[in-house]
Design a protein around this ligand. Structure first.
Ligand code: SAM
Length: 292
């Protein structure tokens, strides 16, 4: 089905139920079959997979996922969409719809219940107003999953995927790349959705690392060091770290940088994840020494 045809099908469903789009819920439904296929293909979904979908809308992506997966569990906040989904997915017996807010739902229990705690695949066209909180929730809570394939704003995808010394590289890049390898697998113009969003979109694939690349003495401190390093992009790393407040005095930061083999005059945005790890582990030792 081409874009015009799926546009009509989507419009027909929406008008049949008198459904009104809620802009504040990020309701932009995908009508581009080509993009839809790229999302599902990127998930490498097989009959062994349990897929968690966030925000099924009227079930366009849900249906494609359910044709390939063992089971699809879709979490949708908008109760107006539930009867529509029951209808559009009436022929699919491997889909469960849960009417909840993804930021409040007990995701671990859902994974336990439907996948026996085995790693799931997360595939979704995300509501853009909460893209980062959703992704970070799945990662930080160590929800058992192998991959996450999500459609998000192009700018956010570029930031997640960015490499050191580029303008998009920042705390989000390091935070996500600590847990996953990242790859942009497709782009979608505004016209791929109804109604059209105000931004372009990309599909990003996050593959969860079975083993972290770096060994951290304190994960929380690592993220604090990353935050501090990017807090003043025009300043040297030494100044950014020492003016952050919680990490330590200037001479301690200088000592930590030198011990980590990092020039204190460099900018935070030039450090890769290994350098951030070395630095935070040195700062950890300094803090420990002060306590002891
Ligand atoms: N999957 C559909 C598609 O591709 O056409 C719809 C995607 S639309 C961008 C985002 C969906 O997420 C909407 O159905 C919206 O109601 C839902 N949503 C918004 N906020 C949510 C939340 N906090 N928890 C769960 N679903 C949410």
């Amino acid at each position: 089905m081409d874009r015009l045809a799926s546009h009509k099908v989507t419009k027909d469903i929406v008008s049949k139920y008198g459904f009104r789009f809620t802009k504040s819920l990020g309701q932009n439904f995908l009508i581009d079959e080509g993009v839809l296929e790229k999302i599902v293909d990127a998930g490498d979904i097989t009959k062994d997979d349990v897929v968690i979908e966030i925000g099924p809308g009227i079930g366009t992506l849900t249906k494609e996922l359910s044709l390939r997966a063992k089971k699809v569990v879709s979490i949708e906040i908008d109760k107006m969409l539930i009867p529509i989904l029951k209808d559009t997915l009436s022929e699919r017996d491997n889909v469960t719809i849960i009417n909840e807010d993804i930021l409040k739902a007990d995701i671990k229990s859902i994974v336990d219940e439907y996948a026996d705690g085995e790693p799931v695949k997360v595939v979704a066209n995300l509501p853009y107003y909460i893209t980062t909180p959703i992704i970070m929730r799945f990662l930080e809570e160590y929800i058992p999953m192998s991959i996450m394939v999500v459609m998000i704003q192009k700018e956010v995808a570029d930031r997640i995927n960015a490499k050191p010394s580029t303008k998009d590289y920042g705390t989000l890049s390091v935070a996500v790349q600590y847990y996953c390898s990242t790859e942009i697998v497709a782009k979608a113009p505004k016209g791929a959705f109804i109604p059209e969003p105000s931004v372009d979109s990309s599909v990003i694939k996050l593959t969860v690392k079975e083993k972290r690349d770096v060994q951290l003495k304190d994960e929380h401190l690592f993220f604090e060091v990353v935050k501090a390093s990017f807090s003043k992009r025009r300043k040297t790393l030494l100044n950014a770290l020492s003016s952050f407040g919680t990490l330590g005095e200037k001479d301690q930061m200088k000592y930590a940088l030198e011990k980590s083999d990092i020039d204190p005059q460099r900018r935070g945005e030039t450090l890769d994840i290994y350098e951030f790890a070395r630095l935070s582990n040195e700062i950890f030792e300094i803090k420990k020494g002060l306590k002891g």
